[in-house]
Design a protein around this ligand. Structure first.
Ligand code: NDP
Length: 295
């Protein structure tokens, strides 16, 4: 058996198209959704992410506000900027690019963002809302994984889901979202005993580990849907390349469907950031939730 390859690039383009449609509708009402991205310091990877976010924000018709602060910026100045963005009615979404420099407390900074504008879904209020099944801003990467799983499988109700990884930004919210879809959810991590056996119970297997190609075909139940969140830069045969947390070839031979790396979960993350911004704008404007863009 060879699995269906879930095309995250194409799916992300479809989501961006939906977002652009909602932005056009908002513009007819005189509202332009605005996303503010704050970058502290000059981390090269973060600079690339921020540039891509800004470009895609503008492409779907939204306003993009970039705030680049020097690495030595005092934490109080960053908090003051967040306060101004919270109060600015033209800004519907605020994202502070992580990681922050060592002298800043990331929890304090994230929790200073107005939860209604917290398009990364990391504010403690949004974590609590998601955990209690209430309307939240949902972290972008797990939201993208959920959208792809729903698109491929339809109803997820009653399926066994295993999430490998328990980070606050991927593993835990992913598990909450799958629970919200009435999956039977197992969260595995570095202390899990007999990980391959645990993973083989999964109808939906999500790998968010940060270890190149750790999840091999013998972890996969025949026919399962495998979602690979991992982004690992490795060198092989003298070439630099990007691989996931799943060993693609061996999993492809067993799974029913699989997301590739690159071109799977990655492109969905920014698409979901734009989706969250349009959702935040709809909520701020008192409009109904945009269909198909939320959890
Ligand atoms: P973290 O390092 O924060 O978490 C990794 C998790 O994997 C931890 O819970 C850890 O367990 C678990 N783990 C580590 N080693 C093992 C092992 N041998 N067996 C079982 N579990 C293990 O990573 P993130 O959640 O931030 O990211 C995970 C991956 O997703 C990374 O590759 C990252 O680059 C990628 N990523 C991709 C995004 C995208 O847009 N596609 C966005 C965000 C992340 P424990 O808690 O016990 O230490």
């Amino acid at each position: 058996m060879t699995a269906t390859i879930i095309d995250g690039k194409a799916f992300a383009a479809k989501v961006r198209g939906q977002v652009a449609g909602y932005v056009a509708g908002l513009k007819e009402r005189g509202v332009i959704p605005g996303l503010a991205v704050v970058l502290v310091g000059e981390d090269p990877a973060s600079q690339v992410y921020v540039r891509n976010k800004g470009k895609q924000t503008v492409e779907v018709g939204m306003n993009s506000y970039e705030h680049k602060l020097p690495v030595e910026t005092p934490e109080a100045d960053l908090l003051a900027l967040i306060g101004r963005l919270n109060a600015d009615p033209a800004v519907h979404g605020i994202l502070v690019q992580l990681p922050l420099p060592g002298h800043m407390n990331a929890d304090l900074v994230i929790n200073a963002i107005d939860p209604a504008k917290d398009v990364d879904g990391f504010h403690i209020s949004n974590v609590g809302l998601l955990g209690t099944g209430q309307k939240a801003m949902v972290p972008c990467t797990p939201l993208g994984c959920l959208m792809m799983a729903r698109d491929h499988l339809g109803s997820l109700s009653g399926l066994n889901a295993v999430v490998v990884g328990r980070s606050n930004i991927v593993g835990k919210p992913m598990a909450q979202l799958l629970l919200g879809e009435s999956c039977t959810v197992t969260i595995a991590h570095s202390r899990t005993k007999d990980l391959p056996e645990v993973c083989r119970r999964a109808d939906i297997l999500v790998a968010a580990v940060g270890r190149p190609e750790m999840v091999t075909g013998d972890f996969v139940k025949p026919g399962a849907t495998v979602i690979d969140v991992g982004i690992n830069r490795i060198e092989r045969d003298g070439k630099r390349m990007l691989v996931g947390d799943v060993h693609f070839e061996s999993a492809l031979a067993v799974a029913g469907a699989i997301t590739p790396v690159p071109g799977g979960v990655g492109p969905m993350t920014i698409a979901c950031l734009l989706a969250n911004t349009v959702t935040a704008c709809h909520r701020a404007t008192g409009l109904p939730e945009p269909e198909g863009l939320t959890a």
